[in-house]
Design a protein around this ligand. Structure first.
Ligand code: SDX
Length: 429
């Protein structure tokens, strides 16, 4: 487009500046030159929670919030959910292209043969309290992996980055299932390399006395599709944590542990757990009007609704809802789904939510499926973290190899006191 630039006049000085526009953005550093005197620091741009700030240039995931579009490396999420598998999608996110047959065979082999963890990790987990939340166990044990692989701190070595990529994607289901088995007081089940990535996860979760676990194909496919849908989502809160911590160049286990901490929050990946608690609190469709009134008064949030980017329906919610129906046909419907569907209808027809463009997001229905599969709600964000590890690693690799990136260190607008004199204790109020 002709004249891709912004002309800014600083009314404090009358000076005019020409700022180039590139890919729909201007550089924040171009504002630093706008000064009122030579010793002026220059202008900053203030953007709490980064609601309109691009932290990086990325090729991993594209989202159009108004059109409800989500693409991984340019491929629409609807096509990947329909035709791909999680492992193939993880390769796409990490390596930037769909694998050919040999690449997929090698990738599957490498991931499959890194599913075991050091026996000390098992002992480490025994240190947690009996009622430890599995997200706390996962975050801690992923950070502990850092102590087993000291070579991982060589973040500039492509071979080391690839090896840690395999380890992180492969070991997340093992650590998650160990946390689940510990919650239940069941013995740990070790990986079964004959099974698919998702089938093996199911085996480590649910195998008991039978000699070999046989995954139900409908559930295996539904969980694999959930993993595809949760694999990445551009610069969400946890991806930002992965990049911010990763920018000081610790090993990727420490950065991933930070990302897990960000995901655990109820406004992010912890929302699916919060959705179930909300539905259980509502308890009966007849209580929905009173609950919605409380939301409108600002006393509650409608968990599983709303999104920073999607201001129309989250495309993932639509796909998950279809699989929720299939899983519930198998497991038997439950009252929470009945309440969820009634709540969705009420919310989608109510001006309060329509005006605020609050639609169901990915977490609204995923919790229903996980609950129908018998997972305790504490496990729901753990089930989010497993596939999102592929996205976090893809974002981290892009950060490490981006020549424009350096250690993340935001500025601030200081509004506190200045130049105070120290007050001796006997003179304080
Ligand atoms: C995920 O970023 C990602 O991509 C995340 C994610 C991913 O894949 O990584 O998509 C996964 O985290 C999905 C979101 C899961 N969280 C929830 O479902 C929790 C409930 N939703 C929210 O708290 C909220 O909608 C957020 C956090 C998701 C988004 O919040 P924003 O964009 O910061 O919006 P906001 O808080 O500024 O709210 C705007 C208005 C406010 O009303 P007013 O003060 O202007 O009157 O909408 C209201 C909010 O009060 N609002 C809600 C609401 N969400 C926003 N009111 C009731 N219920 C809600 N859920």
């Amino acid at each position: 487009m002709a004249n891709d630039s912004l002309t800014v006049t600083d009314n404090r000085t009358g000076q005019t500046y020409e700022l180039p526009i590139t890919d729909g953005s201007v550089r924040a550093m171009d504002f630093r030159g706008m000064k009122v005197s030579d010793d002026d620091f220059g202008l900053m741009v203030y953007d709490p929670a980064f609601t309109n700030t691009a932290s990086c240039r990325s090729c991993v995931t594209f989202i159009d919030g108004d059109r409800g579009i989500l693409e991984y490396r340019g491929y629409p999420i609807e096509q990947l959910a329909e035709q791909s598998t999680f492992l193939e999608t993880a390769f796409l996110l990490v390596h930037g292209h769909l694998p050919n047959a040999e690449e997929l065979r090698q990738w599957t082999h490498n991931i499959t043969h890194h599913t075991f963890v050091h026996e000390n990790v098992r002992h480490f987990m025994e240190g947690f309290r009996y009622d430890a939340h599995p997200m706390g166990m996962l975050m801690s044990t992923v950070a502990a992996l850092s102590t087993f692989y000291p070579e991982a701190r060589n973040v500039d070595d492509p071979a080391s980055r690839e090896l840690q990529t395999w380890r992180l994607i492969a070991k997340m289901p093992t650590l998650a299932s160990f946390a689940y088995r510990r919650m239940r007081g069941f013995p740990y089940v070790y990986p079964d390399n004959d099974l698919s990535f998702t089938g093996n996860f199911m085996s480590m979760l649910w195998k008991m006395a039978e000699p070999k676990f046989e995954p139900d194909p409908v559930i295996e496919r539904a969980v694999d599709v959930l993993f595809i849908l949760h694999a990445d989502h551009e610069q969400n809160c946890s991806a930002n944590a992965m990049r911010s911590v990763g920018s000081s160049e610790p090993d990727p286990y420490m950065a991933t542990s930070a990302a897990i901490g960000a995901l655990a929050g109820p406004l992010h990946g912890g929302a699916n757990e919060a959705v179930i608690r909300m539905l259980e609190e509502i308890g009966d469709p007849k209580n929905i009007p009173a609950f919605v009134d409380g939301v409108k008064k600002g006393e509650r949030r409608l968990m599983g609704f709303g999104h920073r980017v999607y201001k129309n329906y989250d495309p993932r919610a639509r796909i998950i809802k279809r699989h929720a129906d299939e899983v519930l046909n198998l497991t038997g419907t439950n009252r929470l789904l009945d309440i969820a569907q009634e709540l969705e209808q009420v919310a989608l027809s109510d001006d309060y939510f329509i005006q605020r463009r609050l639609y169901p997001n990915v977490d609204f229905y995923s919790g229903i499926i996980y609950q129908a599969l018998g997972f305790p709600s504490e496990m729901f964000p753990v089930l989010f973290a497993i596939p999102r590890t592929a996205g976090w690693v893809a974002q981290w690799r892009e950060l490490i190899t981006d020549p424009e990136q350096k250690i993340a260190r935001p500025r601030q607008v200081y509004v506190g006191e200045r130049q105070l004199d120290y007050v001796p204790m006997d003179q304080r109020g």
